[in-house]
Ligand binder design. Structure first.
Ligand SMILES: [Cu+2]
Length: 108
């Protein structure tokens, strides 16, 4: 009985396999496109984007993240929070609403 309790405790504890790291990344939609255009993280990282559009001079009034089924309005000078969840190895691409100004999160 004691062994079972310990097993349940380990399985449900967030520390059982090492605490998950959360990375909050500021992404700016500026005259030069999305900056930074490449974000590197390690597999197993939980990534939250804080996206702010700082210009009216480009078409990036929306951000699109196809692999996460995300299409999000970017109001001028307002921070929009996008939770990408825990990422596994690969690339998460993002663009403006018209598939321009590409950027990516590289997980490796
Ligand atoms: Cu565009």
């Amino acid at each position: 009985m004691k062994k079972l309790f310990l097993a349940v405790l380990l399985a449900t504890s967030p520390f059982a396999f090492g605490a998950e790291e959360t990375k909050v990344i500021d992404l700016i939609a500026s005259e030069k496109g999305f900056q930074p255009s490449q974000i590197d993280v390690k597999p197993g990282t939980k990534v939250v984007l804080k996206v702010k559009r700082t210009t009216d001079a480009t078409c990036a009034t929306e951000i699109k993240i196809p692999s996460k089924n995300i299409k999000q309005e970017l109001p001028l000078n307002k921070v929009v929070t996008i939770d990408l969840g825990t990422l596994t190895k690969g690339e998460i691409r993002f663009t403006c609403g018209m598939n321009m100004m590409p950027g990516r999160v590289v997980v490796k």
